[in-house]
Design a protein around this ligand. Structure first.
Ligand code: SF4
Length: 181
């Protein structure tokens, strides 16, 4: 039965990304095409970085964002998202989460990390900040769901900002995720 995909805000609004971060105009259509073909419903999660630091923010690694204020902010938004997931799970809907690999906030399996990063912002392309792990907002959603006694939904991250991004592999993973429950 078709379910519900809770997706990162920027997948439906690339304008929410940092300067230079958009991978296409507006909507990331491969995601929407796959969900639509399977008849799944889309729920757009808020963008925690846009709400916290606005459109003119710098790129940042996880350590730079991981302050108690940003955690509190993410926790507040995560509580609302978890509440919506809770409703769907309790009525038996299939739910998946789609984040963004490489994001300090929304990475699922890959985030960005560099404990030394700070000071004057210089971030050359190809710098080695990609690291295994999930982003701060994703961690807070999983924690909020656990506090409600709900198992974390199956999740994946869109890989369009990774150097080895393969559109066909990404689509196959998405289809697999939708069939995985
Ligand atoms: S990955 Fe998350 S925090 Fe970053 S731009 Fe997209 S929605 Fe915002």
């Amino acid at each position: 039965m078709p379910g519900v995909a809770f997706v990162a805000h920027c997948l439906l609004n690339q304008n929410s990304k940092t300067h230079g971060g958009a991978r296409c105009p507006g909507v990331y259509s491969p995601l929407v095409e796959e969900l639509r073909a399977a008849g799944w419903r889309l729920e757009q999660m808020p963008c925690p970085e846009l709400a916290f630091t606005g459109l003119h923010r710098f790129w940042a690694v996880k350590e730079q964002l991981d302050t108690s204020a940003y955690r509190r902010h993410c926790r507040r938004i995560a509580a609302a998202v978890a509440g919506a997931i809770d409703v769907h799970v309790r009525r038996g809907d299939d739910v998946i989460l789609v984040g963004i690999e490489g994001s300090p906030s929304m990475g699922v399996h890959i985030t960005s990390s560099d404990p030394e990063r700070g000071g004057r912002p210089e971030w050359p392309d190809g710098s080695g900040e990609l690291s295994p792990g999930s982003g701060i907002f994703m961690e807070e959603i999983v924690a909020e769901l656990a506090a409600r006694g709900i198992e974390a939904p199956h999740a994946m991250g869109i890989s369009h900002q990774l150097p080895d991004h393969d559109p066909a592999v990404e689509r196959a993973k998405l289809r697999e995720l939708m069939g995985a429950r």
